[in-house]
Design a protein around this ligand. Structure first.
Ligand code: ADP
Length: 885
């Protein structure tokens, strides 16, 4: 327990997995927490301060499963292994050390990682106490070693967090928005610039920081905090690190958290990943390709050259279907070399990780061959670059791995048999010695059985005794007399002996096996080191991922109605027959797949850069708003878009406010959220931005809301001059068409058919004539009595509005005349809206109904009462009561 306490002290915040034989045991509070979280039995072992010590354990063989469950539930786990082999006559416990602290951001095991997503650990620091808003950020995906640094202001932090979606944040918790509290690992102290610089330069083994690039104080301090933590989590050893990338924000399209969450880019609002923009375009064949494509889609660019470079790449592949198919088949068999390298560098390589590097290099060579045959086809720059990154870059390593690795590999190096025969002379010799001695033992068994006349004499290997002669107990009693045989063990049923020859063979096998194992481990470590010393592997992994992502784009083009958008540096925006890829796919999948998605155009030329979009609920407004935003994201990620043709001037910031939600966790009402988000648009949008907003101002009283919507649209149109689609329920805003010259009106087409509303999902010029709210309410199943009442109220309100006089010089109220809410104690009487005579007929009907007591009626009485009521209603129907009333 002394040992346990001292290790626990090193990592007090983590559960301690304390290795004991074939189990990791947990004690005290750790045991109680783990037993609860894992639903495993809590027992006791020994006492401490005269109290029993709570204990539980998990088998080493299946520990990964338990680890992943604990990590998912927010625990950190410190793994303490025996780091010493038992020696003869040793007293006291074996030495144990923490070899690793497992946290959500520092995973490297395949089993614990999502193959298609980067696993990001992020450090945020504010090194200057006087300027708490000047932040440094550093993030790493340990499983691949990519590391990026950024200097940012506190105002852009939320955007960065939304983009990176880190698994763990290392920071002073007061700097981080509260919704991320669950993934923060508090880290309040940080080194000064000098110490930080030393940490970073030592990690990269360079003399000076300049060798890595020109980084700010904030970036370097964040990087040092990150590296210190990673080192601690990997028991003092840093994994392989790619050179730090300066992650400037200049060439990334701005997407704030609200926009991201309204567009379901990588994750849908319900937290799933099925119905997302990414899932609708992901056709990659490899995990690394999936991660790269996800990165492209979540980080749309504003760099025209980069975007068109990607487009050229997939456009060319799309026109080479046959070789592209061959390339994809090769990629399908290429393993995840980046993650294999990550594990190799973490000091826990598995034989299959080396095989993964070998197979990646084989795939790279095959791809170079295929690309070589296409050299004459006007290959675009990106593909040329991929070819150059792959060609012959690590041939020496490949040759070595091919010669060294056995065809069948064991799971762990300890199982032996990783290195192929013929690779190392000394290893072969020791293996021969070992195997020869085993043959000699087999011969010895035959000889001894004959000599002693015991046909069932066997020579067996025993864990503690080594090789022994084993005979049944009765035969054993006979053999005890023999000289030259020494009894090693006797039980009721058998006896075990040894002789000099067997002892020396035993010894020879033991020595040869040990030497072979040692040598094999050494050769394995040497191969692993070779991989780490081959920087071209990073380029190769990236090039394969990029090829995969580009082929994925080419495959989307095969679907037919997707296009390559023309991108410009102007303010163009013209989409023809554009669709929402996720809704389209959902319609296709659903039972009603005869309902095809209706494509819509959207043009926002400089002379009409704003659209006022009206139309009832359910008509398709949100879908239209989102599909235009999604098209921009795909286009600027360099991907094809779901439209017939498209021209898009690069968008610097995209704002989408569709379907705002409550933020009750942060104590903000729907209206407060809506206003905060609107404020963000008005403060940040510019002439190159695209704004798509739905129903601004709906969360407050009608007049407040209308005024806010009015003023916001004016500002977007006249001051910010951004491309805008503004969907609203306030038909009164139509008045703005007269005063805002660059505002166009569009509405969702709706047809009335037999008293029902039919949504055509088509966007047409003009303003909505009606809001159809009651029809939609009816569709939704609002009870008939409530609908009836609502219709009456609506008629009255509309009549009253028609009579009211508004001041003529207030444009806002030219058309708008909104009544205050209906006074509670003055309900509109039915007589207001019913023709003469109807009221008395209704009253009679009411009386009749009231007089009925269903429980006391006989069937015959009930029947005649029904006739009576029916005839009264028929009478009513003849009184010309219109549908509306
Ligand atoms: P609104 O925002 O006007 O209330 P939505 O955009 O939420 O309407 O659309 C409601 C439903 O109509 C969607 O869930 C979808 O099933 C369908 N829909 C929307 N647009 C289209 C379209 N262009 N083609 C086919 N169905 C559509």
């Amino acid at each position: 327990m002394e040992q346990w306490f001292s290790l626990k002290n090193q990592e007090p915040d983590a559960l301690l997995f304390f290795r004991m034989g074939d189990f990791y045991e947990l004690f005290f509070g750790d045991a109680q927490a783990a037993a609860l979280a894992l639903d495993i039995t809590l027992t006791h072992r020994g006492t401490h301060d005269e109290e029993p010590i709570p204990m539980c354990g998990v088998p080493v063989g299946t520990a990964q499963i338990y680890l992943s469950r604990l990590i998912r539930r927010g625990f950190r786990v410190a793994v303490a292994e025996q780091t010493e082999l038992p020696r003869k006559g040793q007293k006291g416990p074996l030495r144990r050390e923490i070899v690793r602290v497992v946290t959500p951001g520092t995973l490297t095991e395949d089993e614990l990682l999502d193959a298609g997503r980067a696993n990001t650990l992020l450090a945020i620091v504010a090194p200057d106490k006087r300027h708490k808003d000047r932040l440094g950020a550093a993030w790493i995906d340990i499983s691949t070693g990519t590391l990026e640094l950024l200097r940012l202001g506190a105002d852009t932090l939320a955007e960065l967090l939304a983009r990176l979606a880190p698994s763990e944040i290392l920071s002073d918790p007061t700097l981080i928005p509260t919704e991320h509290a669950g993934i923060i690992t508090p880290s309040t102290a940080h080194p000064n610039r000098e110490v930080a610089e030393r940490t970073v330069t030592e990690a990269y083994q360079v003399a000076q920081m300049d060798a890595l690039g020109d980084f700010s104080d904030e970036q370097i301090v964040a990087c040092a905090v990150l590296l210190d933590y990673v080192r601690r989590s990997q028991a003092g050893k840093l994994p392989r690190l790619a050179p730090p990338i300066d992650h400037g924000l200049d060439s990334i399209m701005g997407l704030d958290p609200a926009t991201r969450s309204s567009l379901d880019i990588l994750q849908s609002r319900d937290g799933g990943s099925k119905h997302t923009l990414f899932s609708s375009v992901n056709q990659t064949a490899t995990a690394a390709g999936t991660r790269l494509l996800a990165h492209w889609v979540s980080t749309p660019s504003t760099d025209l050259a980069l975007i068109t470079g990607r487009q050229d790449g997939w456009h060319w592949l799309h026109h080479q279907p046959k070789p592209t198919g061959v390339l994809r088949d090769i990629l399908k068999h290429a393993p995840d070399s980046a993650r294999a390298l990550g594990r190799i560098s973490s000091g826990r390589p598995l034989p299959r990780d080396l095989a993964a590097i070998r197979d990646t290099l084989r795939a790279a060579n095959k791809i170079t061959e295929t690309l070589g045959t296409l050299a004459e086809t006007g290959m675009p720059e990106r593909i040329r670059h991929i070819g150059a990154s792959l060609y012959g870059r690590a041939d020496a390593l490949l040759e070595r791995l091919e010669a060294a690795l056995n065809t069948e590999l064991p799971v762990k190096i300890e199982d032996g048999g990783v290195i192929a025969p013929g690779f190392d002379v000394e290893l072969d010799r020791q293996r021969d010695l070992r195997d020869n001695s085993r043959r000699l033992i087999a011969q010895l068994q035959v000889r001894l059985a004959e000599d002693y006349g015991i046909s069932n004499l066997r020579i067996r290997h025993h864990n503690q005794l080594g090789y022994v002669i084993e005979v049944p107990a009765a035969a054993g009693r006979k053999l005890r007399q023999h000289e030259g045989l020494s009894l090693r063990q006797g039980t009721a049923s058998l006896a075990r002996f040894s002789n000099e020859e067997l002892t020396s063979l035993n010894q020879a096998i033991l020595e040869a096996s040990e030497k072979a194992d040692q040598l094999e481990r050494h050769l394995f470590a040497d191969l692993a080191q070779h991989c780490l010393n081959t920087p071209a592997l990073d380029d190769i992994g990236l090039a394969l991922a990029e090829l995969d992502a580009l082929i994925s784009c080419a495959r989307i083009m095969d679907r037919g109605t997707w296009c390559r958008p023309t991108m410009t540096n102007g303010q163009d925006f013209n989409l023809q027959a554009c669709r929402h890829p996720v809704v389209e796919a959902a319609l296709h999948e659903s039972a009603a797949h005869d309902t095809a998605f209706i494509a819509n155009d959207c043009a926002l030329p400089p002379e009409k850069h704003a659209i006022l979009l009206t139309g009832p609920n359910m008509a398709g407004k949100s879908t239209f708003l989102r599909q235009n935003a999604l098209a921009v994201i795909l286009a600027q990620a360099g991907l094809p878009i779901p439209a017939k043709t498209a021209t898009i001037g690069i968008v610097d910031r995209l704002f989408s406010r569709v379907g705002a939600a409550d933020d009750l966790a942060r104590g903000r009402s729907t209206f407060m959220v809506e206003m905060t988000e609107t404020a963000a648009i008005l403060n940040q949008a510019g002439p190159r931005s695209l704004v798509v907003v739905d129903e601004i101002g709906r969360g407050t009283s009608t007049l407040d809301g209308l005024s806010i919507a009015w003023a916001t649209l004016e500002a977007l149109h006249s001051q910010l001059r951004c491309r805008t689609i503004f969907a609203t329920h306030f038909h009164e805003l139509g008045a703005l068409l007269k005063t805002l010259p660059r505002l166009a009106a569009c509405t969702m087409a709706v047809k009335e058919w037999k008293g029902h509303v039919v949504f055509q999902h088509e966007v047409r010029p003009g303003l909505a004539q009606k809001s159809w709210g009651l029809h939609v309410a009816q569709l939704a199943g609002i009870p008939a009595s409530v609908l009836y009442r609502a219709r009456n109220l609506l008629t009255r309100l509309e009549n009253e509005r028609g009579q009211s006089n508004q001041p003529a010089n207030l444009p806002l109220f030219e058309q708008a005349a909104i009544e205050p809410p209906i006074p509670q104690n003055d309900p509109p009487s039915a007589s207001n809206c019913l023709p003469d005579g109807t009221l008395s007929a209704l009253q009679a009907l009411h009386k009749e109904l009231e007089a009925l007591d269903p429980d006391s009626l006989s069937p015959r009485e009930a029947h005649s009462a029904l006739y009576q009521l029916k005839s009264m209603i028929d009478g009513l129907a003849k009184m010309d009561v219109t549908d509306e009333k």
